[in-house]
Every structure is written in C-alpha cells, then in structure tokens.
Design a binder for this molecule. Structure first.
Ligand SMILES: C[S@@+](CC[C@H](N)C(=O)[O-])C[C@H]1O[C@@H](n2cnc3c(N)ncnc32)[C@H](O)[C@@H]1O
Length: 214
C-alpha cells in the first residue's frame, strides 16, 4: 500500500508540532476561490436543504469565510492551534474529536487537512458519524497528500487509489471531481503553470456514510 503514517510520540508532541507550524504559516492559504466554488456546488448538488457545515483544519479560516458567503448558512471551522481564537467562526478544536451536538447533525464537512491526522481511519469514521441522513464529507486530494509529502506537521500521506480504497471501506464514494487548481483565466499570463496543473489535477472526493440516503 502506498501510504505513510508518522508515529505518534505523544499527543502533546502532536499538538505542539501542529501549533508551531500553524503559527509559522498563519497567513498562508492553500485552498483557492475556484475550489470553494466547486465545494459549494457540490453541497448544493448532493445535500437537500443544508443548514450547517464544518470545515476541519482551517488555519486562518479562509474556507469558512468563503463558504459562508457562497452558501449563506452557518459554517464553523476547527483548528487545533490556539491561534484559532483570532479568526471569526473558527474554534480551537482537534478534528479527531466530535461534539455531541454534531452527531448526525452536520450537512457537510469539507477538509484539505485530513493528512494531519495521526489516526486517519478513526478520523473518517468519526466525521461520517456527524453527517445528517443526506450529508456528505468533501475531501480534497492533491499531490501534497502523497506519502512523499509526510514531513513535520503533515502526519499522513497516501496515493489516490489507496485513499479511495480506504474511504470505500468506511463509506460510499459518491463522486470524484477532477480539477485544475489554476483558473483558466490565468492561462494567458501563466501558460506553463496552467499546463502543470493538468498533469496532476486535484480531486474533490464526495463521501457518504454507508446506509445513507443518496
Ligand atoms: C495545511 S493547513 C491547511 C489550512 C487551510 N485549510 C488552507 O487551505 O489554507 C492544515 C491546518 O490544519 C490544522 N490542524 C492540524 N491538525 C489538526 C487537528 N487535529 N485538528 C484541527 N486542526 C488541525 C493545522 O494547524 C493547520 O493550520
């Protein structure tokens, strides 16, 4: 299997590593406006009458703000670092844990930070337990999620086929959307960058819990 998971020395060491790297990169944003538009479209397509969403591992909350604007309902972000308190609608929270009020109560969960998990199978199982009957998890996969990217705070890496197999053991993969991270409007100014984006496109994986309505 093409995957790599760092050993957990201690939980305190895990939180300290995540917090240090989070603060070093506090103003960085990985997710793009283009990806957020795709996530919002996905939520509208797959979930009837959504009212509440979670984004896990949000750093400065860029995706929370963007998705709240696009979707117009309550969305909360989780962030393990104590920097969370600086950002609106972001709570300091370890995404491996589930609040009682989230159980069967979340219409969508979006994350590109699942590769920071020290126990990805448990994490996915817990996220699925939060979904409403037609709720979905939307997980980004990119080259940054490959095993070779496991370093410092990036705890877990897996190639796409193995990630899909792992997800299928836990839930139902309903859709896999390929997209170029670079907007087509950038092609005239950055043709090389745009073409590079085609070589290893990103994916949005739409996952439901087993036995859910689709
Ligand atoms: C790669 S960054 C991605 C940030 C943001 N999603 C983006 O697109 O820019 C991962 C973030 O997840 C946070 N994180 C790591 N482990 C976490 C956990 N167990 N629970 C909540 N947040 C976590 C890190 O502190 C970091 O800010």
């Amino acid at each position: 299997m093409t995957m790599k998971l760092k050993t957990l020395k201690s939980y305190d060491n895990y939180v300290a590593t995540q917090t240090t790297v989070n603060k070093q990169k506090l103003s960085h944003v990985w997710v793009t406006p283009k990806e957020l538009r795709l996530v919002a479209a996905c939520v509208r397509r797959h979930v009837s009458n959504p009212k509440f969403g979670l984004c896990h591992g949000v750093r400065n909350g860029f995706e929370v703000k963007g998705l709240r604007e696009l979707l117009g309902f309550e969305i909360v972000g989780t962030e393990i670092s104590d920097s969370a308190t600086q950002f609106e609608n972001v709570i300091q929270w370890d995404f491996h844990d589930v609040k009682d009020e989230w159980l069967n109560g979340v219409d969508f969960i979006y994350s590109n930070s699942w590769d920071h998990s020290y126990d990805p199978e448990m994490m996915i199982q817990r996220w699925l337990s939060c979904l409403t009957p037609d709720g979905v998890c939307i997980l980004e996969w990119s080259r940054n999620h490959l095993p070779k990217s496991v370093y410092r705070a990036d705890w877990f890496g897996i190639d796409l086929p193995d990630f899909l197999s792992m997800l299928r053991r836990q839930g139902v993969v309903e859709d896999v959307i390929r997209f170029n991270r670079v907007e087509w409007t950038q092609f005239p100014r950055q043709p090389l960058r745009w073409c590079k984006g085609l070589v290893l496109p990103l994916r949005l994986i739409v996952l439901r819990a087993k036995g859910q309505v689709s």
